[in-house]
Design a protein around this ligand. Structure first.
Ligand SMILES: [Zn+2]
Length: 144
């Protein structure tokens, strides 16, 4: 399902901000709006060092975009950004010769790692125990 893919604006907020600015500069107001909601569906698998392109829509394998397709080359300060658009929908974002983009959050992780709540260690035998264990050590003493 496409809904399971992360929003590119969450993964690469800087890139989306740049794309919006460039699209507005090109007079592509609709695309500037559409690009806000594109999702990172799949990475380009060409394996080239300079290529950080990615798909923003599922594309039938081996099929050309065909009718309704147009390329929207943009003029970033560095490298190349080209959108592949089919009937107003952004299918693919070419990111070439750019500095490595750092993802704001992992697109493959299943969310923040949470330690399962194990609860208190053992049954608290409070009957007749005057002083509770000090809460400071163990958890905070690491790295000393
Ligand atoms: Zn590529």
């Amino acid at each position: 399902m496409e809904q399971d893919h992360p929003l590119v604006r969450d993964v690469y907020p800087d890139l989306i901000a740049e794309l919006i600015a460039l699209l507005e500069a090109e007079g592509e107001r609709e695309l500037a709006i559409v690009v806000w909601d594109v999702r990172l569906v799949a990475r380009c698998d060409c394996g080239d060092d300079f290529c950080q392109s990615f798909h923003t829509a599922v594309r039938p394998k081996g099929k050309p975009y065909g009718e309704g397709h147009r390329c929207v080359p943009l003029l970033p300060e560095k490298g190349m950004l080209v959108l592949d658009v089919v009937y107003g929908r952004i299918m693919y974002i070419e990111v070439l010769d750019r500095q490595p983009m750092t993802a704001q959050r992992s697109e493959s992780s299943t969310g923040p790692t949470q330690t399962p709540d194990t609860g208190p260690t053992g049954p608290a035998d409070a009957t007749g125990t005057p002083d509770p264990p000090a809460p400071t050590d163990r958890a905070t003493a690491s790295g000393a």
